[in-house]
Design a protein around this ligand. Structure first.
Ligand code: NDP
Ligand code: MG
Length: 389
């Protein structure tokens, strides 16, 4: 790599965003944080901006604009606020790559606009492809823009596919840790608290994805993400539980040969690979030691006690706007669970009701997706309020 790559970090104050800044901090020769975008954590955004001296920052929460501007104006850093500014900032000519690490549906519009402006995307925000995978991948194709996966499973598949351009994939296996409640049954799950659900055995992540991991919805979203990223048919995607999270995913080719990508669970590696592809650069991340893991084990996912995974497979099979409904209902369900309004298993009930009751649109436009997201959220919210009573 010659010139440093200038990266816009959308979601810089989150788990992926701060780890991406760690990668940049250790590789100033290769990367520059050109733009930083946060939501509400003004203190951290300011601190990051003072350290990385980006060209511009955006804070989604407009009430924090003055606070950020007061400090950064003197540093000659441009400051903007609001959702529209996030969507627009990705157009900046000096951005070489956009890291999409905003959580949830809120990350969609900026990714779409970045693709329209031909910016390569390092994609952490899986909800973007779950909600509107057909539109996003079509736009990427039309604009000749690459989507580099950051999600560890998809990065693993992507790494396994290097050098295999002309070879057909028979199947992929996405690995799942099983989360903190692996092996538990519904009798136990109905009483679990958010504190228990937020304790992931192998990964430290933002709260939404951590709850998704506990309910297996994260794997469901990843199945849909994989379908779009790798142009797969639903029957080519399988999930296997692997509690140690060392094998990050597996590709099986048409001759039966399987390639897997392995390593310690550390998001910095897939973030760095998305930044440097097709090169790899040296780093000091901890290395895997076989003797620390004398056994790697695999088991079937439990779709009976964790219905979310089956709901996601069903939504993918039905297609149209159903994955968008799944995502919106899930975002509201997770929020309600985190506010102690509904129980752990009630999240699945709520999502299932939305999938049954929302009207089906076979070939949605972008506007259809926006409307579908809005209506599903309103409906899911009314259901969560009823349950909370
Ligand atoms: P976090 O909750 O830790 O961070 C979310 C980031 O998005 C924060 O910077 C937050 O800002 C910002 N944000 C939230 N809402 C908005 C909004 N409306 N507008 C603009 N910015 C917003 O999440 P993670 O980093 O864990 O996850 C980010 C994405 O990456 C998710 O889609 C997740 O599924 C995916 N991912 C995460 C992994 C992980 O290990 N964490 C692994 C694989 C994928 P603020 O903090 O200032 O409020
Ligand atoms: Mg993942």
């Amino acid at each position: 790599m010659n010139k440093p790559k200038r990266i816009a970090i959308l979601g810089c104050t989150g788990s992926i965003g701060t780890q991406a800044l760690d990668v940049i901090r250790k590789n100033h020769k290769h990367f520059v944080a050109e733009v930083l975008v946060g939501n509400s954590n003004a203190e951290l955004l300011i601190q990051q901006a003072l350290e990385f001296k980006p060209n511009a920052v955006v804070i989604a929460d407009e009430s924090k604009y003055q606070q950020v501007k007061d400090v950064l104006f003197a540093e000659d850093i441009k400051v903007y606020a609001g959702a529209k500014a996030i969507e627009q900032i990705v157009e900046m000519e000096t951005i070489d790559m956009v890291l999409a690490a905003i959580v949830g549906y809120a990350g969609l519009a900026s990714v779409i606009n970045a693709i329209k402006h031909k910016k390569p995307i390092a994609l952490a925000n899986k909800e973007t492809l779950v909600v509107a995978g057909d539109i996003v991948t079509q736009l990427a194709y039309e604009n000749a823009v690459n989507l580099y996966p950051v999600d560890s499973e998809h990065s693993a598949i992507f790494q396994c596919l290097a050098g295999e351009l002309d070879n057909s994939i028979e199947k992929i296996y996405l690995t799942a840790s099983g989360g903190p409640f692996r092996g538990k049954e519904k009798g136990f799950l109905q009483n679990v608290t958010k504190e228990q659900a937020l304790k992931h055995p192998n990964w430290v992540m933002g709260s939404k994805i951590t709850i998704d991991s506990a309910s297996l919805m994260n794997k469901g979203l990843e199945v849909i993400e994989a379908k779009w990223l790798f142009s797969l048919k639903p029957e080519q995607i399988d999930v296997i539980v692997h509690p140690q999270s060392i094998v990050h995913s597996i590709v099986q080719f048409n001759d039966g040969s399987m390639k897997a990508q392995m390593g310690l669970p550390d998001m910095k590696l897939p973030i760095q690979y998305a930044f440097t592809f097709p090169e790899r650069i040296k780093n000091d991340f901890p290395r895997f030691n076989f003797l620390d893991y004398p056994q790697l084990s695999f088991e079937q996912p439990d779709k009976v006690n964790f219905p979310n995974l089956q709901l996601a497979f069903d939504a993918m099979a039905k297609g149209g706007n159903m994955p968008c409904v799944l995502n919106a209902a899930n975002e509201i369900a997770v929020e309600a669970f985190l506010q102690d309004k509904i129980g752990f298993l009630e999240m699945s009930d709520l999502i299932e009701t939305c999938l049954t009751k929302m009207s089906f649109v076979q070939k949605p436009t972008y506007d259809d997706y926006i409307l579908c997201d809005k209506e599903t959220r309103a409906f899911a919210k009314s259901l969560s309020l009823k349950k909370a009573l």
